[in-house]
Design a protein around this ligand. Structure first.
Ligand SMILES: Nc1ncnc2c1ncn2[C@@H]1O[C@H](COP(=O)(O)OP(=O)(O)OP(=O)(O)O)[C@@H](O)[C@H]1O
Ligand SMILES: [Mg+2]
Length: 505
């Protein structure tokens, strides 16, 4: 396979951070090249330099042997380099077709947009991806997963030589991811070179031909996938052995901490009941869209409930808003860190204490020293990679933003913590830290409800598992009996409702 691209000695500094330190990477025509590394290792920055978003302070990029230095994304596209970013960048009010062809709309002699042609072109791009998405639909009516897929369709519509995907599957279902993988393999077989960033090792080992590992802005090495192992690449990423990936479980749980009785969501006919016990980690599995987040939001008072009651420590409580929920000792780490979780323009320290202002406020003033000490404590405990607690959250790498969100909810010291996809976009080392932290909280009598789409995480961490399908809890599985197959049987609706409310046996 011929060499498409070679980036060498790439250095990039941000104020207070050396993001890349003489990094090196190459890409052959027709290969899928995975880029791995801990949160903040420099993966996105390196790819942004190759795609013209940033310019390197030092170093050289050779494209098919010729030196190039794309000054902006447009120049990179003209060179045949397209990127799909980690964070969505769609225009919600515009149609799918306009999002795909934004800036390149087909026009007639009078300069008017030829909408029929536009929709036709978009339909053919979407068909290539086997996607059943209406090109005329406004982007904001699509699920996050479909929006992500449209961004990929957009990149592909440029007929690029080099396609860069930065964590493309973090919001995709398994089926959507499979379609994407099929497509990437086809593109590669036609000669496209693909850089693929992901924290999901299983994905990398089924998809990629080679992998390059970055650590602290440096290239640690490149391996052929066939000649390496997950253990080896983890060692390269974190620079040490990690040890057990999941903490030991808790076999004996205490009294009921949270009881949810006949909770019915708006627009739904059937109701859900379940209990969470002191010291327990209760996993909630199910496909994307099965109603897990809606259930969590209703418990937390973020959405209105049609009916039902909630008991904490056996006493009925009224929760009609997140403020009520926090007062009753509930914390909720939402799925979407951008929309619901973080104040991107504010400093790390202010984000960490944001849900806990009561604790640090005296006579209406925020105590600076208290805020600093709480923030410092969480930054070190969760190993948040930031030059200081005064850094704006938007300047953190994606995974470190997620850690800041976790810290924010830990800081209120909740009695009951609901976490929705808590380790999405988080590297293996930090994932393990969060798992151990959740277990430690449970051991200290915090009840944990964990929604996750990663079955290994559900299996590895939960003491008990509820499975949802179409808004209903359709299965309850004890950790000892749980397997991926059993969870999927319930999640896909192939098993009826066998679970009786509040029945633990
Ligand atoms: N615009 C920016 N301003 C300041 N610092 C930045 C900026 N972008 C990235 N950084 C810093 O550069 C380093 C590398 O960040 P980068 O986003 O490349 O990491 P990453 O490997 O993609 O991590 P993740 O897995 O979390 O996405 C981090 O320390 C990050 O905080
Ligand atoms: Mg990144």
């Amino acid at each position: 396979m011929s060499l498409l691209l070679e980036a060498s000695q790439i250095t990039k500094r941000f104020p207070g951070t050396l993001a890349l330190d003489r990094a090196h990477i190459e890409l052959r025509a027709g290969e899928i090249h995975a880029v791995l590394g801990e949160n903040g290792a420099g993966k996105s920055t390196l790819m942004k330099i190759i795609s013209g978003v940033y310019t390197a302070d030092e170093g050289q990029i050779l494209l098919e042997g010729r030196p190039v230095a794309p000054a902006n994304p447009h120049e990179a596209l003209e060179l045949g380099i397209a990127i799909v970013h980690q964070e969505l960048s769609v225009v919600p009010a515009l149609s799918v077709a306009e999002n795909i062809f934004g800036g390149r709309l087909p026009t007639n002699a009078l300069g008017m947009v030829r909408y029929n042609r536009l929709y036709e072109n978009a339909r053919s791009v979407l068909q290539d991806l086997q996607l059943d998405i209406d090109p005329r639909a406004p982007m904001e009516t699509l699920s996050v997963a479909n929006q992500q897929v449209v961004e990929i369709a957009k990149a592909l519509s440029f007929q690029c030589k080099i396609l860069i995907l930065d964590e493309p599957t973090s919001a995709l279902t398994a089926r959507e991811a499979d379609i994407l993988f099929g497509l990437l393999r086809r593109l590669a077989s036609e000669g496209t070179g693909i850089f693929y960033i992901s924290h999901k090792l299983s994905e990398i080992f089924t998809l990629a031909d080679r992998v390059t590992v970055l650590r602290d802005g440096r290239t640690i090495g490149t391996r052929a996938i066939a000649k390496t192992t997950p253990d080896e690449v983890i060692r390269m990423m974190v620079g040490r052995e990690l040890g057990d990936f999941y903490p030991a479980k808790n076999p004996d749980q205490g009294a009921p901490l949270l009881e949810v009785r006949d909770l019915r969501l708006n627009g739904q006919t059937e109701a859900n009941s379940f209990s969470l016990y002191d010291g327990e980690i209760l996993g909630i599995a199910g496909l994307i869209g099965s109603g897990r987040s809606e259930l969590a939001r209703a418990i937390f008072g973020a959405d209105r409930k049609a009916s039902g009651e909630i008991l904490i420590d056996g006493k009925r409580v009224e929760i009609n808003s997140p403020a009520d929920a926090i007062r009753h000792g509930l914390g909720y780490l939402p799925e979407d860190r951008k929309a619901a979780g973080l104040f991107l323009d504010m400093a790390v320290r202010r984000n960490i204490v944001a849900a806990d202002l009561k604790e640090i406020t005296r006579h209406g003033f925020i105590s600076n020293s208290k805020e600093r000490s709480i923030a410092e404590q969480f930054v070190s405990r969760l190993n948040i990679n930031t030059p200081s607690i005064d850094q704006e959250v938007r300047r953190l790498s994606g995974g470190n933003q997620q850690k800041a969100l976790v810290a924010k909810w830990l800081a209120i010291r909740p009695r009951i913590l609901i976490v929705d996809e808590p380790t999405r976009g988080i590297d293996v080392g930090a994932k393990r830290e969060i798992h151990f932290l959740l277990r430690e909280l449970a051991a200290n009598h915090v009840g944990i409800i964990m929604i996750s789409s990663e079955l290994p995480e559900i299996l590895g961490l939960s003491d008990r598992i509820l499975v949802m399908h179409e808004g209903m809890i359709v299965g309850e599985i004890d950790a000892a009996d749980a397997t991926e197959e059993l969870i999927m049987t319930y999640a896909s609706g192939q098993q009826g409702k066998v679970y009786a409310s509040n029945n633990r046996s």
